[in-house]
Design a protein around this ligand. Structure first.
Ligand SMILES: C[S@@+](CC[C@H](N)C(=O)[O-])C[C@H]1O[C@@H](n2cnc3c(N)ncnc32)[C@H](O)[C@@H]1O
Length: 388
C-alpha cells in the first residue's frame, strides 16, 4: 500500500521523522505501549509537528482531502438559512469549531449579509496555526463589514448563546480502536519493533473501557472474534462540554457516520478508521506520521447521548442531503442561474453534496441545544432522531 502513495518532500519527511522520535520517546516512557488514541493525538496534534498543528497542506487540491464548503459555496449558504433561524430566536452569535480554510465562515457570512441577518460576532476556535493564518488571510480580502465580525478564540468561552458549527471536526478527534476476542474486548495499542518500526499490539481493555463499551455497543455478543471497531470518548466529551456551555441555541454537527446500530453492525467488521493522504484513503496510520489525516466515522448515538447527559435537547438528526434540501439548497442553485457559465459546475457540485453515492447519505447532521422550538428548518422533513 505505502509503495503506491506519493513521496513527501524532503522537508516534510524530516518533520515526520522528528515526530516519530517524539512518539518513540512517549512509547518508551509508557513502558513500550501507548493506546491508539494517544498515538492519534500525537500524530494529529503534537505541537509544531502533528498533522493539524504542523505545516501539512491539509485541505484543498494540494492537500489531502476536500470538504463540502470546498466543493460548493451553496453548502455554506444553505447552512446559513439554518443558522439564521437560530440567530433570530437567540439574538446572539456564531462559534465555528475547526474552520479549515475559512470558506464555510465566508459562505455563511455572505449569505447572512445578503439576507440582512449578520450577527455581531463570528468566532472561530481553530487548533491549527497554519489554518488559522489561512483563515485570517481570507478575511483580509473579504468585505470589511463581514471581516470585522470575525475573531479567533484560544479557548472555549465560559458560556455562550447562539449557534455552534462543526463540519468534519469530530472525525479527527482521537478514538480508541478495540477488537473482540473470545467474548471480551481488547484495546489496540502502538509499539516499536526491534527495528524501530511502529506497529499494533492489542491488550485486554481496562475495566473502565470495557464499561464504556458496554454502555455504547448494542449486542456485543453478535460480534465474532477479530471484530474491530472504535469508541470515541474524546468526541463525546467535547460535545458534552459545549452542550453544558450552550445557554440558549443550537450546536450543529456535520460529519460522516451512523447511529450506533449501524456503527456497531456485525457486518462492519473492520471498523471505520481511515488515513487520508493526497486524496487517497488507506488504512495505515504509520505512513509518514504527521503528514496525513487520521479519522474515524462518528457514532451519532453517542454524541446525542452525551448532549442529553448534559441536559441538552436533541433537536434533529438527518442525512446531509435532507438537511441541505430542507434549508433550500435547490432554490439557492436556481437563484445562482443568472450566470450560465456557472450552471454546469454548480450542478455537478450539488450532485456531490446530495447524491446517496457521494456525500448525501454517509454525511449526517445532528443538532442539539437548548431553549428552541422544534422542528428546526433543516430537519422539517426526513428527521431520523428516532434512529439514534
Ligand atoms: C477536516 S477539517 C474541516 C474544516 C472545515 N470545517 C471544513 O468544513 O472545511 C478539520 C478542522 O478542524 C480543526 N480541528 C481539529 N481538531 C480540532 C479541535 N480539537 N479543536 C478545534 N479545531 C480542531 C482542524 O484544524 C481543521 O480546521
Amino acid at each position: 500500500m505505502n509503495a503506491s502513495l506519493p513521496e513527501p518532500s524532503a522537508l516534510a519527511q524530516s518533520a515526520s521523522r522528528a515526530l516519530k522520535v517524539r512518539i518513540a520517546e512517549r512509547i518508551g516512557k509508557r513502558r513500550g505501549w501507548i493506546p491508539f488514541s494517544e498515538y492519534m493525538q500525537l500524530a494529529l496534534y503534537e505541537p509544531g509537528l502533528g498533522y493539524y498543528t504542523g505545516g501539512a497542506a491539509k485541505l484543498g487540491v494540494a492537500g489531502d482531502f476536500v470538504t463540502a464548503p470546498e466543493i460548493s459555496a451553496l453548502f455554506g449558504q444553505a447552512l446559513a438559512h439554518q443558522v439564521e433561524e437560530v440567530l433570530a430566536a437567540t439574538r446572539s452569535e456564531i462559534l465555528e469549531v475547526g474552520a479549515g480554510s475559512g470558506q464555510l465562515a465566508l459562505q455563511i457570512l455572505g449569505e447572512l449579509a445578503r439576507r440582512d441577518a449578520l450577527p455581531e460576532h463570528y468566532r472561530i476556535l481553530e487548533v491549527s496555526p497554519e489554518l488559522r493564518e489561512r483563515q485570517a488571510q481570507l478575511f483580509k480580502a473579504a468585505p470589511p463589514d463581514w471581516a470585522r465580525r470575525v475573531s479567533w478564540l484560544d479557548e472555549l468561552p465560559e458560556s455562550l448563546s447562539g449557534v455552534i458549527i462543526a463540519n468534519e471536526v469530530l472525525d479527527a478527534m482521537p478514538a480508541e480502536i478495540v477488537v473482540r476476542s473470545a467474548g471480551h474486548w481488547l484495546v489496540r495499542g502502538v509499539v516499536l519493533d526491534p527495528e524501530g518500526q511502529l506497529g499494533y499490539q492489542d491488550r485486554s481493555a481496562s475495566a473502565e473501557l470495557a464499561a464504556a463499551l458496554r454502555a455504547r455497543v448494542p449486542g456485543p455478543g453478535q460480534l465474532g472474534d477479530g471484530y474491530t471497531t472504535e469508541l470515541n470518548e474524546t468526541a463525546q466529551g467535547f460535545v458534552a462540554t459545549l452542550a453544558k456551555k450552550l445557554e440558549h441555541g443550537a450546536m450543529i454537527l456535520i460529519d460522516y457516520g451512523f447511529p450506533a446500530a449501524e456503527y456497531y453492525h456485525p457486518e462492519r467488521r473492520q471498523g471505520t478508521f481511515m488515513a487520508h493522504y493526497r486524496h487517497r484513503a488507506h488504512d495505515d496510520p504509520f505512513f509518514w506520521p504527521g503528514l496525513q489525516d487520521l479519522t474515524t466515522h462518528v457514532d451519532f448515538s453517542a454524541l446525542a447521548a452525551a448532549a442529553r447527559a448534559a441536559q441538552a435537547d436533541v433537536l434533529g438528526y438527518t442525512s446531509q442531503s435532507h438537511f441541505l434540501l430542507n434549508c433550500g439548497i435547490l432554490e439557492l442553485l436556481e437563484g445562482s442561474a443568472e450566470d450560465p457559465s456557472k450552471w454546469l459546475p454548480q450542478t455537478n457540485a450539488l450532485q456531490r453534496l446530495l447524491s446517496e453515492a457521494e456525500m448525501g447519505e454517509l454525511y449526517k447532521v445532528l443538532a442539539v441545544g437548548r431553549g428552541l422550538s422544534q422542528p428546526l428548518l433543516g430537519f422539517a422533513r426526513g428527521d431520523r432522531g428516532s434512529a439514534l
